[in-house]
Design a protein around this ligand. Structure first.
Ligand code: PLP
Length: 413
C-alpha cells in the first residue's frame, strides 16, 4: 500500500461523496485537507482549555499559553530555526510578507533602492512590494521565466546590484510546480549585501525545509496548506533582524510600557503579535507539523514525486493538452497547470466537478506569470500526500471525456 492509500483514512473529508461519487481532491495548492488529529486538537482546545494567552494566571490560561508557545517551538524545530522566538504567528504567507514589507521594508528601503522578485510570484509576493516601492520611491525588478517554466538565472548578474535591498522569491511555484534554486540565489544576493525572503507557501507542506540550509533571512508559510487550520501560519526571520525591525500592528500584549505619549515594546516575537492572536489555530498548526514529521518528508516527497511523474506522463495522452511548467518531474512539485485546445479552463473544472473532481481554474493569483505565457488562465491539478494513482487515472479519464465532449458535440455543455 502506498503512502496515499495508507493515510487516506486519516482525512475524513476525503471520504465524502458528491453526485454519488467519491470526492477526488486535486486542489491542495489552494488549501489542504485536514487529518483527524488536527480536527480533534481544534475541538480539544475549545472544549478543554479555551482561554486567552499571556494574560491570565489561572489554570486553563496557563495551559493555553503553554500550548501556544509549545507550538511555536515545534514550528521552529520543523523549519530548523535557531530559536523558537524566531517564529512569529501570522494568518499565513500573505500576512507574513506584508509584515516584512511594512516593518523591515519601511525601515530599510529608500528612494532608488531595488527589490528583486520573479515573474512567477503569487500576488502576495508582488503587491506588498509594489505598495512599499510606491511609498518609498523604490524600484521593482523581476527575474524572468524561461519557456520551460524555470527562472532564467542568466539574468541575475544584471539584476543584482549594490542597489538591491531585497530578493524575494517563491521556493516552489503554485502554478508551474517549479522548485527554485533558493540557496544559489540567496548566496548571490547576500554577496551584493541584499536580504532574502523566501515564500514557502508551496514548499513547506511538501518537502523538508530548513532555513539554515536555504541560507535566507525570512521565510513565510501558510498553515492551511500544510494540513493545519485556515488563518494559521507564520514568519520565520533571523532573530537579529526581528530585534531591529519596528513593530507591525500596535495593540495589547506587544508592549512593555505605554504612556499617553509613547510606548516601548516587548522582544520578538511578541512585538509582532498585537492583540489576541489566533490561539486555537496556531496551537493546532503545531499538531499538523507533528503529523507531517511523523510521516516524514522522505516518504512524503518520494510519494509526491512518484505521483507527479505518473501524472505528467498520463496527461500527455490527453489530446490537445499542454502543460504550463516543467514537463519532467525534476526540480518540480505536484502543482500541474495545463491548457487544452478549444476548452476554457473553467469549462474543464466545471465538467470535472460533475464527476466529483476538484481542480482549480483561473490565474491562481499569478497574473504576471500567465501574461508571460500569453494565457489568461490555466487549469491546475495539485497533489498532496493523500493523493493516489487511481485519482490521477480518474483525472485523466475525465480530461479525455472533456476533450470528447468539446470536440464532438455541436452543443457543448
Ligand atoms: N504564495 C504562494 C506561492 C501561494 O501559493 C499562496 C497561496 O496560494 C500564497 C503565497 C498566499 O498564501 P495565503 O493565502 O495562505 O496567505
Amino acid at each position: 500500500m502506498n503512502l496515499g492509500e495508507r493515510v487516506r483514512d486519516d482525512f475524513p473529508l476525503l471520504h465524502r461523496t458528491i453526485n454519488g461519487k467519491r470526492l477526488v481532491y486535486l486542489d491542495s495548492a489552494a488549501t489542504s485537507q485536514k487529518p483527524r488529529v488536527v480536527l480533534d486538537a481544534l475541538m480539544e482546545y475549545y472544549h478543554d482549555y479555551n482561554a486567552n494567552v499571556h494574560r491570565g494566571i489561572y489554570r486553563i490560561a496557563e495551559e493555553a499559553t503553554a500550548r501556544y508557545e509549545e507550538s511555536r517551538a515545534k514550528l521552529a524545530a520543523f523549519l530548523g530555526a535557531a530559536r523558537r522566538e524566531e517564529i512569529v504567528f501570522t494568518r499565513g504567507t500573505t500576512e507574513a510578507v506584508n509584515l516584512v514589507a511594512a516593518t523591515w521594508g519601511r525601515a530599510n528601503v529608500g528612494p532608488g533602492d531595488e527589490i528583486v522578485l520573479t515573474i512567477m510570484e503569487h500576488h502576495s509576493n508582488i503587491v506588498p512590494w509594489q505598495l512599499l516601492a510606491a511609498e518609498k520611491g523604490a524600484r521593482l525588478r523581476y527575474i524572468p521565466v524561461t519557456d520551460e517554466g524555470r527562472l532564467d538565472l542568466s539574468a541575475l548578474d544584471g539584476l543584482l546590484t549594490e542597489r538591491t535591498k531585497l530578493v524575494s522569491l517563491t521556493h516552489q511555484s503554485n502554478v508551474l510546480g517549479t522548485v527554485n534554486p533558493v540557496r544559489l540565489i540567496a548566496d548571490r544576493a547576500h554577496a551584493m549585501g541584499a536580504k532574502v525572503l523566501v515564500d514557502g507557501a508551496q514548499s513547506v507542506p511538501h518537502q523538508a525545509v530548513n532555513v539554515q540550509a536555504l541560507g535566507v533571512d525570512f521565510l513565510a508559510f501558510s498553515g492551511h496548506k500544510m494540513l493545519g487550520p485556515t488563518g494559521s501560519g507564520g514568519l520565520w526571520a533571523r532573530y537579529d533582524l526581528l530585534e531591529a525591525m519596528p513593530p507591525y500592528h500596535g495593540g495589547g500584549e506587544m508592549i512593555m510600557l505605554v504612556t499617553l505619549e509613547r510606548s516601548t515594546y516587548k522582544d520578538p516575537p511578541h512585538k509582532f503579535e498585537a492583540g489576541t492572536p489566533n490561539i486555537a489555530d496556531s496551537i493546532v498548526l503545531g499538531v499538523a507539523a507533528d503529523y507531517l514529521r511523523g510521516i516524514g518528508f522522505d516518504a512524503i516527497t518520494a510519494h509526491e514525486r512518484d505521483l507527479t511523474a505518473y501524472a505528467l506522463e498520463r496527461l500527455r495522452t490527453v489530446p490537445g493538452l499542454t502543460i504550463v511548467g516543467p514537463a519532467e518531474p525534476v526540480d518540480r512539485g505536484g502543482a500541474i497547470s495545463f491548457t487544452m485546445d478549444v476548452v476554457h479552463p473553467h469549462d474543464i473544472a466545471q465538467v470535472l466537478d460533475q464527476e466529483a473532481m476538484a481542480i482549480r481554474a483561473g490565474h491562481h493569483c499569478a497574473q504576471p506569470l500567465h501574461r508571460r505565457f500569453n494565457i489568461a488562465a490555466t487549469a491546475r491539478a495539485s497533489l498532496h500526500l493523500y493523493n493516489t494513482r487511481e485519482e490521477i487515472d480518474a483525472l485523466v479519464d475525465g480530461l479525455h471525456a472533456v476533450h470528447r465532449m468539446f470536440t464532438r458535440s455541436p452543443h457543448p455543455v
